[in-house]
Design a protein around this ligand. Sequence first.
Ligand SMILES: Cc1ncc(COP(=O)(O)O)c(C=O)c1O
Length: 463
Amino acid sequence: MFILNSSDPVPLYKQLYNQLREHILSGKLPAESKLPSVRQMAAELSASCNTVDGAYQELYAEGYIYSKPRSGYFVSTLDQEVAPQSLSGKKGKSNFVPPSQSRFAYDFHPARLDPGSFPTELWRKCLTEGLRRNSEEFSHYGDLQGDWGLRGSIQAYLEKSRGVACHPDQVIVSAGLHHSLEIIAHLLQENHTMVAVENPGYHLPRAVFENHGYTVCPVSVGTSGIELTRLKAGSATIAYVTPSHQLPLGYVMPVANRLALIEWAESGGRFIIEDDYDSELRYQGKPIPSLQGLRPTGNIIYSGTFSKILSPELRLSYLVLPYPLLDKYRRLYRSYNCSVSLVEQKAMACFMEQGHWERHIRRMRTVYKKKHDILLRSVETCFGQRAVVIGQGAGLHVVIRLPETPYSEADIIERAGQKGIRLIRFSDFHATGQPEAVTLMLGFGGMTGSEIEQGITLLSQIC
Ligand SMILES: Cc1ncc(COP(=O)(O)O)c(C=O)c1O
């Protein structure tokens, strides 16, 4: 009845899930019918029990089937009004399969947060409070730059915790870094055509500026961040930097370099984009104040996000624009409206006003410091001299270099996948060139301490 194709890129459990779901929705598997046991189904399909169990678990989690103790799994009765339509019942059948969710047992993706960390109850309270307090505001369009109360809270937080000196007037609430960069690219394109980005560095700025027709100039990164002599030797007039925690290498730009970078910007009408994406998460030493705070009236555009501490799915971030750009923004965007839902903004404002944000930061710092320390200990124990650790002490990932491994990056990612380990390609952070030695980026936010230990132990056996 079901056919699994091992040469299909869709994982086997997902193929089985899709086919079972289709049978349930089309009525071929009617409500209350019993599914074969995991073992029976695995034998029928010549597949592993894990494959069948993976498919059953997903159907169970989504409510297509339910389990009876000691009897097995049964098809649920679906409300036909709300059940999604069976694909076979539709005309113009498409082969589109939604991308599968991660099923890796050890997911070292650097952008994963602790799965239990979102403060759901507090957020629910703040949502309700925000709705209750401000109900009449929901009947009209609000401020283009975002909710005034939220902008005030962001300004106060940035001043206190990041040394950013600005007025709430300068704060723009945005829907993530790509949105902020779209605005910046638009504001600057009249007088600028070349933007310097860190190499290795985050791929998103490269993509956004290229999409806006800029020439993107990768500039190498040393232990002090972007290499200023190379930046100065080039013709870029905008520099995108992550000075407080360089992504991906984790280096911190020393104050002398920050001042030299500011001087570079000021001496030629150039601009610095300071992406301060995860500075809340420092586990060693003092917090590093922002670059913007060194020259509040300079050509520095400051960008921050709630994605690393609270949730990347809120799509809530912010920009601080210098006044000359702010005037331009207001002219160019006067017919636009704010892109972030006021409901979420009011909830965030309430979350900040009531002190939950600062408490949550402290809690998250403790949670991630523990995971960070476990990761470092595990790397030391399992890899010993084989791994050189880079950029530890902050954020949600650590980078390791493996100068002696006989395997390529692609081999390691493939071999890791076979052990249930997800790694991302470090080479993707390089706009040009490649790392000197195989380099792995190990995100630890989404795993438990014991998963980190087990994952690193397994990883050390295949590198
Ligand atoms: C360097 C850097 N900046 C910013 C962000 C956050 O972006 P957003 O606010 O769009 O979630 C990330 C996310 O991974 C990042 O790596």
